[in-house]
Ligand binder design. Structure first.
Ligand SMILES: [Zn+2]
Length: 281
């Protein structure tokens, strides 16, 4: 199967400096090299992260599969990474089940949420979730949109998600609920245009996650490993909170000042990320 070696972390991105592959699936990952021929990071840019485009594509493919493996995504949902070469641009798979995403399925998008060179490949309807958040959150480098079952009850309830433990410390910032009806009236609940994306980004504000009533959630972070980690542990946190609420009694959650200290680690999920990638082999 797939073997990655010589990991190096740089500016928040897990960097694959080389990979060895065997078997049919390896050919799919090897397409990262082909994509890299199109997605070449501008040399000499003071702002561009040093991670190459093929690193980003490989991490994005891994993120898709990890999120399915960990139960965050199923046949739906998506994960993107900011494209360091294009202001407001991002990388996102074509419209397909996340578990099946390979490097050749990753498309480049402009700041307007439209693919730059789709060549007949269809896009996710809800790509405007990504474009509009990247537009107003320069700190965000990766975004997950999910329909994780544990989050749906909280998106419907006025009981807020609260931080249960250190692994989901970011929850202590607050997790607002986006009600699409307030932004767009009666809709099919999908964020299928830029104005709805902007409304969602406004609800998210400066936070790390927002729930979406009758739909799911969006999670953002400074890197692909961190957005995957936050998505996985937001799910675990929600399930733990349900259990705690069922226990009854007075609950004591992680407080914002405690969470702030925990969140000072920029690579808080790096060990888990390494493990998840190993499991993909
Ligand atoms: Zn959705």
């Amino acid at each position: 199967m797939i073997r990655f070696r010589r990991f190096q972390r740089f500016r928040g991105f897990e960097r694959f400096r080389g990979f060895r592959a065997a078997g049919r699936r390896s050919l799919l990952f090897a397409c990262a090299g082909v994509v890299a021929g199109v997605v070449t990071v501008a040399a000499g840019s003071a702002q561009a992260p040093a991670a190459s485009a093929s690193d980003l594509v490989a991490d994005l493919v891994a993120a898709n599969r990890i999120l399915v493996m960990e139960g965050v995504l199923d046949g739906m949902g998506h994960v993107s990474a900011r494209d360091p070469r294009v202001p407001g641009g991002f990388l996102l798979a074509r419209s397909m089940a996340p578990e099946l995403v390979t490097a050749g399925d990753i498309l480049e998008y402009g700041a307007n949420g439209e693919p730059i060179d789709a060549r007949g490949r269809t896009s996710y309807l809800e790509r405007f979730i990504h474009s509009e958040i990247y537009r107003v959150r320069p700190d965000v480098q990766a975004i997950v949109h999910c329909h994780t079952p544990s989050l749906i009850p909280f998106a419907a309830s006025d009981v807020p998600v609260r931080a249960m433990y250190h692994m989901a410390a970011f929850v202590a910032e607050g997790v607002p609920v986006f009600d699409i009806r307030k932004a767009g009236g009666v809709t099919d609940l999908l964020v299928r245009d830029a104005p709805l994306g902007r409304a969602l980004a406004k609800t998210l504000g400066a936070r790390s996650a927002a729930l979406m009533r009758g739909h799911g959630a969006v999670v953002v972070a400074s890197s692909i490993p961190n957005v995957v980690g936050r998505s996985v542990y937001l799910d675990i946190n929600a399930r733990a909170q349900m259990q705690a609420l069922a226990l009854g009694g007075r609950l004591t959650y992680v407080e914002p000042d405690e969470a702030k200290l925990r969140m000072a680690d920029p690579n808080e999920y790096s060990r888990a990320w390494d493990l998840w990638k190993q499991k993909l082999r």
